[in-house]
Design a protein around this ligand. Structure first.
Ligand code: EPZ
Length: 417
């Protein structure tokens, strides 16, 4: 069951509901470590990465139940160990998010270095530097980060680079530190804001989330609480592109429109008609071939890197040439060679993809290399003439809930085998 076969040429039409955000629920689950008593997390997407995070927390000794909606009840009191083993961390880099909360609540942590991943080196030096600035004693040996501290103290921490999980690790840790912490050059992604919302509901004193300066007044303890995870803006963007690339139309309910301005602007520029209500978004391509759009990825609120591969697919059939520049990760064009196997005409020079749109892609066997690359191959398969078999499709299950079921509800012809 590690491949899907897509019969192309069927326009996406209909409506779906957006799932909870992968990149919000992962830091929120890690943050349950700093709360006493039980937390109940709802609108949890049914994803492989969420299962991995649940297994990691259970491995530490958390009491955790998952109901039939995938909602999670969790208590992290009396964790029997504060370790995130290599076997877990190597499959999901976001395990690094356990580091800050473990040191903050339990005074120690042993977390495997994540190592690189397909899209880049993915260092965690800024996570470590921030916790050291708060008094954590940290050494790295045998591939593990060993951290300890009786109690973290607040500090002014200037992030050398904008890092979402780096900001999140330090934010969570600071909620239990002695005194005030100021994080400067903080990530302003909506998922950071959703994490702060959960922490504040637990009693944390946080100001400035969603800006580049976050102030945290540490508390002695926080109480577990209920939190409904924000919608997944990248899932929403991906499904909008699915309708655009097939000349179709879609309505997505439970959308987070304020977080997707840059994506909506580029879809409008590609010729799509977009309309929104308070919590839904609709796109209609009216059967047209997309216009080419130039993209430059950058931290929020600019165009998100997690939508770059999807727009490579859209631009590959556009009526003209386009440039896509990837500024965050050093190796995030691995979908390009696979798209070219389907007849795309894309040339990569450094951190830029130069795309000459073709009339029609041809179905072909292709192989996924990472989460968003696999999404771009599925999108290309929807538009291609003939069948596309996407191998190593397990990557897509890390970030998209039942993607073939949702797409088949919208008129796609996809079979998993
Ligand atoms: C988050 O990763 C997301 N993951 C990524 O989504 C997303 O692509 C990325 O933010 C950018 O928006 C989660 O939120 C779980 P980084 P994050 O590695 O914060 C440099 C997806 O597809 N850096 O911090 O872990 C790094 O080299 C995933 O859903 C350091 O130099 O991203 C890169 O250039 C992929 N030192 C930049 O920061 C550090 O200590 C951001 O990369 C940390 C990061």
């Amino acid at each position: 069951m590690n491949q899907i076969t897509i019969k192309g040429g069927h326009p996406i039409k209909g409506s779906i509901e957006a799932s909870g955000a992968k990149n919000a629920v992962l830091p929120i689950l890690a943050a349950t470590i700093v709360g006493q008593g039980e937390s109940h997390i709802s609108r949890v997407p049914h994803l492989h990465d969420v299962t991995t995070m649940n297994e990691l927390l259970a491995h530490m000794g958390a009491q955790l139940t998952v109901d039939h909606h995938a909602d999670i009840s969790i208590c992290t009191d009396n964790l029997k160990n504060q370790t995130a083993p290599y076997e877990t961390v190597k499959t999901m880099r976001a395990s690094i998010l356990a580091l800050g909360p473990l040191v903050a609540r339990y005074g120690r942590a042993k977390v495997s270095l994540p190592g690189g991943c397909a899209i880049g080196a993915r260092p965690v030096d800024l996570h470590i530097k921030g916790l050291q600035a708060m008094g954590a004693k940290i050494k790295v040996e045998d591939g593990y980060i060993l951290a300890s501290c009786d109690r973290l103290h607040g500090n002014r921490i200037v992030m050398d680079k904008v890092t979402v999980t780096g900001t999140e690790n330090i934010l969570i840790a600071a909620t239990l530190a002695q005194g005030e912490t100021l994080i400067e050059n903080a990530a302003i992604e909506p998922e950071v804001v959703d994490l702060a919302k959960y922490l504040k509901a637990m009693g944390a004193d946080i100001k400035g989330e969603g800006t580049s300066k976050i102030y945290i007044q540490g508390k002695d303890q926080l109480q577990g609480t209920h939190h409904a995870v924000m919608p997944d803006r990248i899932e929403i963007g991906t499904f909008l592109v699915a309708a655009a690339i097939t000349g179709g139309s879609i309505t997505i309910n439970n959308s987070c429109n304020d977080d997707l301005d840059a994506v909506y602007d580029k879809l409008t520029e590609s010729g799509a008609i977009i309309s929104t209500t308070e919590n839904s978004v609709s796109l209609n391509m009216h059967g047209k071939r997309p216009n080419p759009v130039d993209i430059r990825t950058a931290p929020h609120p600019a165009f998100p890197t997690d939508m770059q591969a999807q727009f490579c697919a859209l631009n590959s059939i556009a009526d003209g040439s386009s440039h896509i520049t990837e500024t965050l990760f050093e190796n995030r064009f691995m979908h390009v060679e696979e798209l070219n196997r389907m007849g795309a005409n894309i040339h990569v020079e450094g951190n830029q993809a130069i795309i000459k749109g073709v009339e029609q892609l041809s179905g072909a066997p292709v192989t996924a290399t990472d989460l968003r690359a696999s999404a771009s191959l599925v999108l290309a398969g929807l538009a291609a003439n003939g069948s596309t078999a996407v191998h190593d499709i397990h990557y897509i299950d890390r970030g998209y809930e039942s993607i073939e079921e949702k797409l088949n509800q919208l008129g796609a012809k996809i079979v998993r085998s």
